[in-house]
Ligand binder design. Structure first.
Ligand SMILES: [Ca+2]
Ligand SMILES: [Ca+2]
Ligand SMILES: [Ca+2]
Length: 453
């Protein structure tokens, strides 16, 4: 972590006092719960209704990110444990290519050193599964779930599609069927697309942030959210007011769902708590929602659970034309799965969205109108800490810009500027092809999860 970043986080340690807070649900024992608007407001995600049926107990969620602070007091009890690995003996006991990968893996060093050196992954992990009712901090949306930490970014927030692809394969091979990827870049690679297909073939969902460029990713794709691989479920971010977060990407055809992403309180690097904003924060609410559903109906596969989530989404006018389905309502989805209400059961491996609203990109995925773009991996989101939110006037609250690292698949460690990538000739060609998709997809029909031309 750079000195600059350390300075920007210096006030994160401030303790948030919640004197006199009301006491619904978790608030009595998780003192920051009332600050978690996505959970404490019963209508923001529907989580409280879903909790009457499930807490996500035992469901494994892989967080592919900057790592996780393993000894954070709200995460330490939530970690996956690799049953085939003996800790600390310097041996790859389960012969999966990673030495001492006890709670997850580092795809750069091929060992179990998944310590978070940036904070992003720790925040994402807490949104999924921070421990509830332990007298500390807040709670995750699926507090019974387990976190597998897969480190695919280095301390400079740099990564690339090769590392991400490796991480996806590690998570799937380790048994995860819900993967959270709060990372974005302007390109993909054959290796990343193959890993995304691999995830789908093994019944996994890759929940992907839509990215934070304030752009329409139907016109200018962002990966892996824009990948046509059936396993991808892409998520944009909403504010507390319910509208789209100003920085969040959107796309009627390529963004599946919206979820809370503005001023999200979660676990922070250094055993603290902080607010962050961005689609990176929205994706893990959806990953956790899938965990709640999976624990309630373990016999249902991921395509069925994805369909339940998408078909239960709220459709506020504020999201009209921006998102394929709507806003996350895991309470409604839970009703749907526990009562066995009808929803379109997808064929294995197909992308699924609600009935008549099968989106163009889903059609294109199923029908193989694939595009292969040069790679990249980027992350971008503004951030503010608790102290800043409480003490500084809005105009002085500092947003972190789109400082992002990207690299080509064949040059894994070489960062590339995103804008430069977007202006490339292949980028223009891809956009042109993408713009033609709606017309091409009109001629396609999806029957039983298969393409009928
Ligand atoms: Ca191992
Ligand atoms: Ca070992
Ligand atoms: Ca807690």
């Amino acid at each position: 972590m750079s000195r600059h970043r350390t300075q920007s986080l210096a006030t994160v340690a401030a303790v948030l006092a919640l004197a006199g807070a009301a006491a619904p649900a978790h608030a009595a024992t998780d003192p920051l719960f009332d600050e978690q608007w996505a959970l404490s407001n019963p209508t923001a995600t529907g989580a409280q209704e879903a909790w009457t049926q499930s807490r996500g107990d035992g469901v494994l969620v892989a967080v592919l990110d900057s790592g996780v602070q393993l000894n954070h007091p709200d995460l330490i009890s939530k970690l996956w444990r690799n049953p085939g690995e003996i800790a600390g003996n310097g041996v790859d006991d389960d012969r999966n290519g990673y030495v001492d990968d006890v709670h997850g893996a580092n795809t750069m060093t091929f060992n179990g050193n998944v310590d978070d050196d940036e904070g992003h992954g720790t925040h994402v992990a807490g949104i999924v599964a921070a421990q509830a009712a332990n007298g500390t901090g807040g709670a995750g949306i699926a507090p019974g779930a387990r976190i597998m930490a897969v480190k695919v970014l280095d301390a400079n927030r740099a990564g690339n599609s090769s590392l991400l692809a490796r991480g996806i394969r590690y998570a799937v091979d380790g048994g995860a069927r819900i993967l959270n990827v709060s990372l974005n870049g302007d390109g993909t690679s054959d290796g990343l697309e193959a890993a995304l297909r691999y995830a789908g073939e093994r019944g996994a969902t890759v929940v992907s942030s839509a990215g934070n460029n304030s752009r329409d990713i139907d016109a200018t794709p962002s990966y892996p959210a824009s990948s046509m691989a059936p396993a991808v479920l892409s998520v944009t971010a909403t504010e507390r007011s319910g509208g789209l977060l100003s920085i969040a990407n959107h796309g009627l055809n390529s963004v599946d769902l919206a979820a809370p992403g503005g001023s999200i309180l979660s676990t922070a690097f250094g055993s603290r708590y902080e607010l962050r904003s961005g689609t990176s924060m929205a994706a893990p609410f959806v990953a956790g929602a899938l965990a709640l559903l999976a624990a309630a109906r373990p016999e249902l596969d991921q395509p069925a659970l994805r369909a339940a989530l998408l078909q239960s989404a709220q459709r506020p006018s504020s999201l009209g034309g921006k998102v394929a389905s709507g806003r996350l309502d895991v309470g409604a989805a839970m009703r749907r799965v526990v009562t066995g209400a009808a929803w379109a059961t997808p064929a294995a491996g197909s992308t699924q969205t609600g009935g008549a609203t099968v989106r163009i990109l889903a059609k294109a995925r199923i029908c193989g109108l694939h595009r292969h773009r040069p790679l990249a991996s980027d992350r971008s989101r503004p951030r503010r800490d608790l102290a800043g939110a409480a003490q500084r006037p809005p105009h002085r609250q500092r947003a972190r810009g789109n400082a992002v690292a990207a690299a080509q698949a064949r040059q894994p460690q070489r960062p590339l500027p995103l804008e430069g990538r977007r202006r490339g000739r292949r980028g223009v060609a891809d956009r042109r092809r993408y713009a033609q998709l709606p017309r091409a997809a009109q001629a396609l029909r999806i029957v039983g999860g298969r393409c009928r031309r």
